[in-house]
Design a protein around this ligand. Structure first.
Ligand SMILES: [Zn+2]
Length: 256
C-alpha cells in the first residue's frame, strides 16, 4: 500500500539520482500531459531537492517549479536502469543511465513553490509521522479538534490530524497498541492515542529505510486468521469504516 513509508522510501531512492543534477531527459509519455509542455518547462533546470511529507512527494527544481505527486491507491514510483518506458508511465526523468519513473499517476502536477505553500490540501496537513521529530502535542491538539464520535481508526486516516498513516498502518497501529479501532475518539485517552503513533512510527521508519513494508503486517488483510497475539480461537475481523468505508482489521478479543 502506498502510505507515508512507501513515499519516503521512494524519495530516498530518487534523491541520489536527481538531487543536485540537471536531468538528461524528461518525458511525459502519458497522453494526459501532452499539452502541459513539462519537458520544455523543466529543460536545463537543476533538481534542488527531493522530499516527502506524509503521502506526498515533491521534486523541486531551480526556478520555483515543483513536481508534486500523490499515489492514492494506484500509483507508484520506480527507479531503474534506463530502458523503454512502461505503458503506464506518466513521467520519466532520465539521468546518467537511470530512469525515475512515475506510473499511473493519479495526482501528478507541476506547480510553483509558492503554490505548494498555499495549496489547501497541502497547507492543512498535520505533522508527518515520519518527520525528523514527531510533534506529539500538535497531533493530540488536532485529534481533539475533530469529530469526537468518530472511531479512532478512521480518525488516524485523516491527513489533517497526522500525515502519512494509511489503511494498513491504521489497522496495524491500533493492533500494536491494543486499542479497538472502533472506539470513539472521545473515549481514547491521550496516552492511548500516543501509544498508537509511538508503536507505528519506528516500524514505518524501518519500512521507509528498506522498503519492506510487508514484514510488519500482522492484521491487515488477515481477516479470518488467528490473532497473532491471542492465537485461536480469536480471529482477526474486517469491516468497512468511516465515510469512505475503508476496511479496518482488528482482533475483538485483545483490542479494547
Ligand atoms: Zn488478539
Amino acid at each position: 500500500m502506498p502510505e507515508g513509508d512507501t513515499i519516503h522510501h521512494s524519495a530516498s531512492r530518487i534523491r541520489p539520482v536527481l538531487e543536485g543534477h540537471v536531468p538528461d531527459e524528461i518525458a511525459t509519455p502519458h497522453p494526459r500531459f501532452g499539452r502541459d509542455r513539462w519537458p520544455e518547462r523543466l529543460d536545463g533546470r537543476v533538481v534542488r531537492s527531493v522530499d516527502a511529507y506524509g503521502k506526498h512527494l515533491f521534486i523541486r527544481f531551480e526556478g520555483d517549479l515543483v513536481i508534486h505527486s500523490h499515489l492514492r491507491m494506484t500509483g507508484s514510483w520506480r527507479v531503474r536502469d534506463s530502458g523503454p518506458a512502461p505503458r503506464s508511465a506518466w513521467l520519466v526523468i532520465r539521468r546518467s543511465g537511470q530512469d525515475v519513473i512515475q506510473l499511473r499517476g493519479p495526482v501528478l502536477e507541476l506547480m510553483t513553490e509558492s503554490r505548494t505553500r498555499f495549496d489547501q490540501r497541502l497547507a492543512a496537513l498535520g505533522p508527518d509521522i515520519l518527520g525528523h521529530e514527531l510533534d506529539e502535542a500538535e497531533f493530540l491538539r488536532r485529534l481533539r479538534h475533530e469529530d469526537p464520535t468518530r472511531g479512532i481508526g478512521d480518525a488516524l486516516l485523516d491527513q489533517r490530524t497526522i500525515a502519512g498513516i494509511g489503511n494498513l498502518w491504521k489497522s496495524e497501529g491500533c493492533f500494536l497498541a491494543a486499542v479497538d479501532p472502533w472506539r470513539p475518539v472521545r473515549e481514547v485517552s491521550d496516552d492511548e492515542a500516543l501509544a498508537i503513533v509511538r508503536e507505528t512510527r519506528p516500524r514505518m521508519q524501518a519500512s521507509a529505510t528498506d522498503g519492506k513494508q510487508d514484514r510488519w503486517r500482522q492484521v491487515y488483510n488477515a481477516a479470518g486468521r488467528p490473532c497473532p497475539r491471542c492465537g485461536p480461537p480469536a480471529l482477526i475481523r474486517a469491516r468497512g469504516q468511516g465515510d469512505s468505508n475503508r476496511p479496518t482489521f482488528w482482533c475483538p478479543s485483545c483490542q479494547h
